[in-house]
Design a protein around this ligand. Structure first.
Ligand code: NAD
Length: 404
């Protein structure tokens, strides 16, 4: 037992600890949103047994909550999180999952958890074992990993992803998150090996390995579907996103989707990319230019009552596409588009008008940087409404590992 008062500790912008009660409240809020939003959603095509890879934060966590509390799906969540260690708190994703596990048990929902390196053969083997025992056949696999590195399971090579433009320098303005200064930055282009490394980490190879492993073990249901998440965004971010190293990895993910789609079609199933909107997560805050863009975007979307967080996006993914009797159409490239509101011309033109006018002095007037900062701290369980941060909470929260 380790009851303690947990105050936010940061290294630069990043929080290096997490608050268990704040994380629990975040999960509870998402469950409440999913239950309400999906209560009347059609259920014929709803998932029964879902595997979520990258299930502890961001889009993966929201997907898992939507599947479980929206449709009663049995879920296995795979993630890589640090457990508590003495007085040291766990990571937010660990606390999120502990809260989810506790709530699922209370609600009679089957939820299994695997804390390990999803890129490794060992983690896949352990996942297959859990699935064989408790979740076979799997009818939905959601791939929502965001990682800075991957050790390749065959070669043992450690690949590190980079966020860089390709071919030429990219100059733009960005907000330095520590100093809150709006500055012009120039990012130099990636070397060929950096592009290849980023594709190795964030491209489609590992997704394919998961689906092939499930198929080889005969654990896929007829009609099994799989999705991986991507982002396109506005032209402003293309040099660093769509046309940069991460964009190259996402292209690879799209090639993989086409190959997996052919493979799963034989089972009456499918593989698809879902293009989601930009949201504040640990992964997106690390991309240059994106925090400033997000601070403007959320202000514009909120003014138009169009703002969505990951849970609202994932509820729409299920209600309009995955579980719908008549799913909304995919785009010309066969992708699900949940970024439709972000990409509305009237939203983008407002963001683009404001973007060049932002300075250090007017940052907090012109943009919702305060909201961005709060949402970022919320990810770690801090500044969450309703939590008494002067109270001591148990930080050594248990999380059953469902391996084997
Ligand atoms: P996130 O950082 O919130 O979540 C990443 C998840 O991956 C966590 O559950 C983490 O534990 C898990 N993970 C990381 N490395 C792992 C490993 N080695 N083994 C097992 N689990 C591991 O990220 P996110 O922003 O929700 O991104 C998820 C996906 O959504 C990514 O493909 C991202 O490109 C995409 N996406 C994000 C945004 C955005 O704005 N955040 C927009 C569109 C698409």
């Amino acid at each position: 037992m380790s009851q303690q008062i947990v105050k936010r500790r940061s290294r630069g912008f990043i929080c290096v600890n997490a608050h268990p009660e704040g994380c629990r409240c975040n999960v509870e809020r998402q469950i409440a949103v999913a239950r309400q939003a999906l209560a009347a959603s059609p259920r014929q095509r709803a998932p029964r047994n879902a595997l979520i890879i990258g299930a502890s934060t961001g889009y993966g966590l929201a997907s898992r909550i939507a599947a479980a509390w929206g449709y009663g799906a049995r879920t296995l969540g795979v993630f890589f999180e640090r457990p508590p260690d003495g007085d040291k708190t766990a990571t937010a994703g660990y606390y999120n999952t502990a809260a989810l596990a506790q709530r699922a048990a209370g609600d009679g929902l089957f939820a299994a958890h695997l804390n390990g390196d999803a890129f490794s053969d060992d983690c896949k083997r352990r996942a297959m074992e859990v699935i064989r025992r408790h979740l076979a056949p799997i009818d939905l696999i959601l791939y929502s990993l965001a990682s800075p590195k991957r050790t390749h399971p065959r070669t043992g090579v450690a690949h590190n992803s980079v966020l860089k433009p390709i071919g030429r320098d990219f100059s733009s303005r960005t907000v330095e998150l520590d100093s809150e200064k709006v500055v012009d930055v120039t990012l130099t282009p990636a070397a060929e090996n950096e592009i290849a490394d980023t594709v190795a980490v964030m491209g489609g190879e590992d997704w394919r390995m998961w689906i092939e492993a499930l198929a080889a073990e005969n654990l896929l249901a007829p009609g099994a579907r799989t999705l991986a998440y991507s982002y396109i965004g506005p032209e402003l971010t293309w040099p660093i996103y769509r046309d940069g190293t991460i964009g190259r990895a996402k292209q690879d993910l799209e090639h993989t989707a086409r190959a997996l789609n052919q493979m799963l079609a034989k089972l009456g199933g499918s593989a698809q990319i879902s293009v989601n909107k930009a949201v504040v997560t640990q992964a997106s805050a690390a991309i240059p230019v994106v925090p400033l863009y997000l601070s403007l975007l959320s202000k514009v979307l909120r003014a138009k009552s169009l703002e969505e967080h990951p849970i609202e996006q994932m509820c729409r993914l299920f209600s309009d596409f995955l579980a719908a009797d008549r799913p909304h159409p995919a785009d010309d490239a066969g992708r699900i588009r949940l970024d439709d509101r972000e990409m509305l011309p009237e939203v983008q033109s407002e963001v683009m008008t404001l973007f060049p006018r932002v300075t250090t002095e007017n940052l907090r007037q012109l943009t919702d940087f305060a909201g961005f900062q709060r949402e970022f701290r919320n990810l770690f369980g801090f500044e969450v409404t309703g939590v008494d941060y002067d109270q001591a909470f148990e930080t050594a929260v248990p999380l059953p590992d469902s391996a084997g």
